[in-house]
Design a protein around this ligand. Structure first.
Ligand SMILES: C[S@@+](CC[C@H](N)C(=O)[O-])C[C@H]1O[C@@H](n2cnc3c(N)ncnc32)[C@H](O)[C@@H]1O
Length: 237
């Protein structure tokens, strides 16, 4: 998996938001992901949040705008620079600490955050338990991450992605939680129609895909086909 080095290239960092979250389809993806993260965390006000593999700061900025104290951590300098500039433009940079570190070995104290989250990260790593244990160490209690699902339409293009991308089954995530002594508190389903469809379709057709996606997520079969799952876990007490 090349995730650790891929996003350190300035040209890749530069096009990250543009390629994924612009236009009708991109904005819909961004909105749905933020809704899921919002639903998973609940109240942000006054919470200390670590946004791991924060990238261009989409969720760090959202959390800061909702009143959280955020630490935004990434291994890529160019991604962090973009995140800082975006936070400054939106006037929330003073509520965010930006640190450059490897998620495998964080320069942070035990139990120092109310919530530790990592979005669009687990698909980039070969040994998820190593990272999850480190997330658990620095969290007081709650951990949130997403996985890309094996049983979804993403399987049709997943192997073509240049940075490498791991798909997970629910059983694998259950085993992972057990291995790290974490309890799964909540699982949210997203994107029965996968990212690529919104990214590569013309604007005029995005509304139709949104409808199909939302209808599918309301039925059992559609939820089973969801390509992104959001997992809220808590430490075993
Ligand atoms: C796909 S981006 C996701 C960014 C952001 N969370 C989002 O959803 O937009 C993945 C990010 O993980 C970062 N990353 C990859 N391996 C890492 C590691 N070992 N430690 C910290 N960050 C890492 C990359 O630099 C990149 O910014």
């Amino acid at each position: 998996m090349k995730g650790k080095s891929w996003y350190r290239k300035p040209e890749i960092a530069e096009e990250y938001d543009l390629k994924r979250f612009e236009g009708e389809g991109g904005s819909y993806i961004d909105k749905c992901e933020k809704n899921s993260v919002g639903a998973a965390i609940g109240n942000f006000e006054g919470k200390k949040i670590l946004d791991l593999a924060a990238g261009t700061g989409r969720f760090s900025i959202m959390a800061a705008q909702k009143g959280a104290y955020v630490t935004s951590c990434d291994i890529s300098k160019p991604m962090l620079e973009i995140a800082y500039n975006k936070a400054k433009e939106r006037g929330v940079e003073s509520n965010i600490d930006f640190i450059r570190a490897d998620a495998e070995n964080l320069p942070l104290k035990d139990s120092s955050f109310d919530v530790v989250m990592a979005i669009r990260f687990m698909h980039l790593v070969d040994e998820p338990s190593k990272y999850l244990k480190e997330m658990k160490r620095v969290s007081k209690d709650k951990i949130l991450f997403d996985t890309f699902s094996f049983s979804s339409f993403r399987i049709l293009y997943n192997r073509l992605l240049p940075m490498g991308s791991k798909l997970y089954s629910d059983e694998e995530v259950n085993d992972l939680a057990k291995k790290c002594n974490l309890n799964i508190m909540k699982k949210l389903n997203g994107f029965a129609v996968p990212f690529a469809v919104y990214r590569y379709s013309p604007d005029f057709i995005i509304g139709a895909f949104q409808n199909i996606n939302e209808k599918m997520l309301n039925i059992d079969l559609g939820r089973k086909l969801s390509s992104v799952n959001y997992w809220v876990m808590e430490k075993d007490k």
